[in-house]
Design a protein around this ligand. Structure first.
Ligand code: AMO
Length: 439
C-alpha cells in the first residue's frame, strides 16, 4: 500500500476481490459512492466499482473527526478512494466489509444529477442518452457494452482463425456504392466528398491482393428513418473473400454468429443475469428460404405481394413470426440488389444473394459478386450510374480480379437481437439519428 506513488489514485483491490484471505489487511477501494446510510454513530458507505460493490463502515469513535465528517457529507456518485481494514460483515450484499480509516473525495458529484444510475428512479431513453456517461454507470447498461466487447472480440478471433486480415478502408470518399441518395456530403478542400456507406468497393478490390479481408467499422447512411433498428451511423462487420461463392461465405457467417453466441454464454454470465436474458447458442446450418418461396408463403398468409416487390416491414414481420430463429432469405430479384451482386445462371432476374434474418430483423446481407469488368459496366449503365465515377474501382478488374463473395453484418443489430433489446440505441454508446447529434 505504502509503495504507491500517489495515494489518491490507485486501488489495491476491486470490490469483488475482498475476501476472507484479506481479513485484517489494509486495502484501498476506488469507485463511486452509490449509497450512504447513517445509523447512530456509524456511516455505511456503499462504493461501486466496475466489479461490484464494497461496504465501508466509519464508526465515530474509531475514525478521525475530519474523515468522519467527510464520510457524512460525501454526495452520492462522487468519485472516491476509501482506505481501511478488511473485516467480517453481517451484510448480505458483500462478502466482507472495510473498517474505514480514510476517505478521499476526488470529485464531488453535483446534485441534482440528471438521472439515477442505481436504476431506482427510471428515466426516458432521451434523458439517459443526454447523460450517457452517467447512464453507463448503471450495471445493467454497462452490461450491454461488456457483451458487445465480447462479441467483437469473438468475431475478430473467428476471422483471424480462418485466415482473414483485418483492414481499414476510407471513410472519406468521392462516390458511393450503395446508391447515391443515402450519402452524407461534406466539403473536402472546396470539392464535394461523402461519408462512406460501406467498405463495399474497397473490400472487393482488396481480395485481389489480400485474398480474405474483414473490417469492423462505423459507416453512415443519410436516411431519415425512424425505426427501432436504423441509425445514421452504425457499425458494420464486413468480409470479402477471393475464390469463394455465396455458400462458402454464408457458412463463415454462421461460424461467426455461433462463435459470438458461444463466447458470450461462456464469458458474460454475470451480465446476462443482470440483463435477465437467456442467450442460447444457435444451431448450424441455419434454415434457408428463397425470396420466391417467401413471396409464396406471404401470399398464402393473405398478403398482396408480387414477385419483384421488396418485402415490407409487415411482410418480414409475418415471415419472422413463424421463424423466430436465424434463417437465410436467398436469391433476391436483381432489381432489389446493388450492381455488384452476381445474377443466377438460370435467370438473370434473380441474384446469388442472401439476407440473414433473425425473426423479422435483417442482420446481414451479401452474395457472390460480379467479377468480370464488362458485366459490372453493364449493370452500372443499366442503373444510369456514371461509369467515370467508378473508374478506379473498374480498373482493378483489369488486374486479375478473382471471383469473390462477401457480406456485411450490422454489429449493433447483432447485439440487439442477442440481448433481446427492443431499440438499437440501447446497444450504441452515442447513437446518431435524425434528431440526435449530441453528445
Ligand atoms: P446493407 O446495406 O444491407 O449491405 O447493410 C448490411 C447490414 O448492416 C446493417 N445496417 C444498419 N444497421 C443500423 N442502421 C442502419 N441504417 C443500417 N444499415 C445497414 C444491417 C444490414 O443487414 N455492402 C453491403 C453488404 C455486402 O454485400 O457485403 C451492405 O452494406 O444489419
Amino acid at each position: 500500500l505504502s509503495n504507491s506513488k500517489s495515494n489518491n489514485v490507485h486501488r489495491t483491490h476491486y470490490s469483488s476481490q475482498l475476501d476472507k484471505s484479506l481479513l485484517g489487511k489494509k486495502v484501498r477501494v476506488a469507485g463511486w459512492v452509490e449509497d450512504s446510510r447513517v445509523v447512530g454513530g456509524i456511516i455505511f458507505l456503499t462504493i461501486r466499482d466496475p466489479r461490484g460493490i464494497s461496504q465501508i463502515v466509519y464508526r465515530r469513535q474509531d475514525t478521525q473527526q475530519h474523515i468522519f465528517d467527510r464520510a457524512l457529507k460525501v454526495p452520492r456518485q462522487s468519485a472516491v478512494v476509501a482506505e481501511g481494514i478488511v473485516s467480517e460483515t453481517r451484510s448480505k450484499d458483500t462478502k466482507m466489509e472495510v473498517k474505514g480509516e480514510d476517505l478521499m473525495i476526488l470529485n464531488e458529484a453535483i446534485h441534482p444529477l440528471p438521472l439515477d444510475p442505481t436504476g431506482r428512479v427510471s428515466s426516458s431513453i432521451d434523458v439517459r442518452l443526454d447523460a450517457r456517461a452517467l447512464d453507463l454507470r448503471s450495471p445493467g447498461v454497462a452490461a450491454i457494452f461488456t457483451v458487445r466487447h465480447h462479441v467483437a472480440q469473438s468475431i475478430r478471433r473467428t476471422f483471424s482463425e480462418n485466415g482473414f486480415v483485418e483492414v481499414s478502408t476510407p471513410r472519406l470518399i468521392k462516390a458511393g456504392a450503395e446508391g447515391g441518395a443515402t450519402l452524407f456530403s461534406l466539403d473536402y478542400f472546396g470539392n464535394p466528398a461523402f461519408l462512406a456507406q460501406s467498405p463495399q468497393l474497397y473490400k472487393e478490390q482488396l481480395t485481389l491482393a489480400l485474398d480474405r479481408v474483414f473490417e469492423i467499422s462505423t459507416f453512415f447512411r443519410a436516411e431519415k428513418s425512424a425505426t427501432r433498428r436504423h441509425l445514421n451511423e452504425f457499425v458494420s462487420v464486413d468480409m470479402e473473400a477471393a475464390f469463394m461463392d455465396e455458400d462458402d461465405v454464408m457458412r463463415i457467417c454462421e461460424d461467426i454468429i455461433v462463435e459470438a453466441y458461444r463466447t458470450v454464454t461462456e464469458n458474460c454470465g454475470e451480465q446476462l443475469l443482470l440483463l435477465n436474458v437467456d442467450v442460447k447458442v444457435p444451431e448450424k446450418p441455419f434454415a434457408k428460404m428463397t425470396y420466391a418461396d417467401a413471396v409464396e408463403s406471404l401470399r398464402k398468409s393473405g398478403l398482396t405481394v408480387n414477385l419483384g416487390d421488396d418485402l415490407t416491414d409487415a411482410m418480414l414481420g409475418t415471415l419472422g413470426r413463424s421463424r423466430p430463429d436465424f434463417f437465410w432469405l436467398t436469391e433476391w430479384p436483381t432489381v432489389l440488389k446493388p450492381f455488384y451482386i452476381e445474377v443466377t445462371q438460370n435467370d438473370p432476374d434473380y441474384t446469388r444473394s442472401f439476407d440473414l434474418m433473425k425473426g423479422p430483423l435483417e442482420l446481414a446481407s451479401g452474395g457472390m459478386r460480379v467479377s468480370i469488368k464488362e458485366k459490372l459496366q453493364q449493370r452500372l449503365s443499366k442503373l444510369g450510374l456514371d461509369l467515370n465515377s467508378f473508374k478506379h474501382h473498374l480498373s482493378a478488374f483489369d488486374w486479375g480480379m478473382p471471383p469473390h463473395s462477401g457480406w456485411g453484418l450490422g454489429l449493433d443489430r447483432l447485439v440487439m437481437t442477442m440481448l433481446d433489446v427492443r431499440n438499437i440505441k440501447e446497444c450504441v454508446l452515442y447513437p446518431r439519428d435524425q434528431f440526435r447529434l449530441v453528445p
